[in-house]
Every structure is written in C-alpha cells, then in structure tokens.
Design a protein around this ligand. Sequence first.
Ligand code: GLY
Length: 425
Amino acid sequence: MKILVVGNGGREHALAWKLSNDSTKPELFCTPGNAGTAELGTNLTLGVTEIDGIKQWCIENQPGLVVIGPEAPLCAGMADVLEAEGFRVFGPNQAAAELEGSKQFAKEIMKAAGVPTSAYETFTDPDAACAYVRERGAPIVIKADGLAAGKGVTVAETIEQAEAAIRDALEGHAFGEAGARVVIEDFLMGEEASILALIDGENVVMLASSQDHKRIFEKDKGPNTGGMGAYSPASIVTEAVLEKVKTEVYDRTLAELKKRGITYKGVLYAGLMVDQGQPSVVEFNCRFGDPEIQAILTRWEGDMLPAINAVIDGTLSEDLIEWKPEHSACVVMVAGGYPGDYSKGDEIQNIGKANAVDDTVVFHAGTALDGDKVVTAGGRVLGITSLGTDLPDALSKAYIAVETISFQKAFYRNDIAHRELTRMH
Ligand code: GLY
C-alpha cells in the first residue's frame, strides 16, 4: 500500500519512520519531506498547503492512506478535499481543526463545555484590549487568534509588554490576518504537560504523556521556540490527572463539538498546565506535537497503522495501542540564532554515528539533501531521541548521540527533563 505523509518537520519524519517500519511494509511518500524522509521513501516537491497539487497526485497515484502532519493544511481543509475524492485520510476536517485554527473558537468551545481553562476576552480594538489588560493586571497572555507559525503568543510579565504585544498584532499587523483579532487570557500557574489522544469521532484513546521545553535557553529562559526537547512519560501526569483530562477535557470538548455538528477524527493535542493535580487547557492543537511525537512514537510497541485505520473507520479501542515500559528522551539540535535569524545550508556531520548509539534514532526536522550531503534547512534541525531503562539512561544515550553530531553553530539545551530529574531526587 502507498502512504503519503504531508509535511517536512521532525513530526513527519517520526511518522514516516514509524509507518515505514510497519509489518505490512507500505511504500512511503512524503511531501515535501526532508533528508530523513528521503531515506525512507520518495519525497515529492509539493508544499504542505498545495491542496490541488496533492489532490492531483493522489488521483494519479491512489495512495491507500494520507497522513496530514501540520496544522496549516488541516486548517485549510485538505482532509475535506481528499476525503471528498474518496481517499482515506488521517487528520481532522477543517471545522474540527478550528480548535487550533482559531484561539477564540477553542476558548468559546471550552467555555460552553465547562473545560477547565483560564478566563479570556477577545478584541479587535487595541484601546479596548489595553484597557482590559490594565484591569486584569500582569502576567497576562496575548494570543493572535489565527495560525501564526508558533509565534503568535506573548506571555507578558508587565502591562507595558502586554500593551506592546496588543499594538504589534492589531496595529502593526505583525501576524497579518492571523493577528487581526487577539485573545487575552489570564496567566495559568503550574507545570506544563502535553497530552495527546487519538479520536475516531466517538472513542478517545489517550497516548503516553510527555513534557516539552519551549524556551530556547536552559532553565526555561529566553524566547519561545517550537520545542527544544521532550521526554515520556511525564510523572506530573498521574493516573488521576489523566482521568480528569479524559473526562473534563476530551469528553466535554467532543460533546460540545458534536452539539454544533462537528465530528473530530484524528489526533487532538491538549497543551496543559497542571497545578496541584488540576489540569487546565492552555491550547488545543489539531495535530501531533513536535518534539513530543518523537518521544511518544519511540515508545509505541508494534505497528501504528492498525490504530490509524481504526481512527478512520470509527473502530478505535485501547487494545490497539501498547507502550514500551522504557522511558524516552528527545533533544532538539537547532541552528544558532533560532528562533531569530539563522543560517541554512550548513553540512551536518556524523548523523550515521549518532544513529548507531544504542536505542537511538536521529529524527530530521530542518534538513535537506545537497547532492549526497545532509545540510541544515530550518531552525529546528534534528531531534535526537533515545530509549532507556529509566529517564537518566534515555537522556545519557541521547546526549552521547547529540555530542557526536556537528554542524556550524549547532545549539541544544543541556537540561532536557530537568523538572522530572529534580522530582526524582
Ligand atoms: N511542541 C509544541 C507543539 O507541537 O505545538
């Protein structure tokens, strides 16, 4: 069977890696893919939002499955278009993907459903928005309503920072149309955790817990990034927290969507803040988290395809997913300067050696082939992911592999999983 994976990041390399190892040995295509996916199948040249081009490729090549990785094509309705042509698609339809596509929509659903989340208001008028933050006080969170490639969120420590973020979005058009409306939310206390669940329209199966590290520098300092590393499982997500997330977040959200005639099929990622055992939703994403998926998929025992098929067919059940008892750790190597400006086209050395470290996989994110060389092609370059008997063992292997790899101005955090390690001591 042919499988097409849409996307070109670490998430899509991890998906392609898992699917290419499936016992049914599918033939893999990725569009546009990266140097990592090129080793597992055929990279196409179509960009992730070239919906017409991808539809045409599907009509000509008849894949048995299309897995849509990133939020942009999902929010643009790629799943709807391909399903209308009769293709089997993993990924929510456009109406369901609005949970990520519009922060206001996500908040409105959560409020109506009674999902634990912070208080909020939305604004298009900068003066009214600034008056609201002066009334609420800081810290406070300013979010562009639409998709802003991970850049639309400001956690303002002061009223001045909040007002600057509001004016950047509403007057400076820093995020274009995506920032023509802002959602202003109260700041949530606690520790972050990522919970993802597969959903087949009715049934919800939670995936293994993980924790991301969003800030660029150690001790969680500096600007936000797409994610600098992750580990799984995250012990902050106790059985009791997981149960609350299932009933108070997933069941309530899906019931509210259903009331509005929206069916959710695919993966739904709840970014959480957990405070004294009580989870609150910071954001929803309509796709797998990156780098969380690297940490999660390496722990997935056996084939993933039966669970993906069950999501599409509405036959999802817990017994389709089993987790390895090992712990995983993923360390992201980025190009120096990221999340600001950084160079591209720098040769990456020793990926093969790093892959040879026990229980380790080097997932490519921003990489490309230049002849037979692998070069950097994005800010987040690689996600080095290892399994271990416990978290320190997984981290030790991942960092041995990281230190083997070199490229100009390579940068990574040395403290992935620091909160979990502190908890362990
Ligand atoms: N790691 C955060 C995200 O995927 O949105």
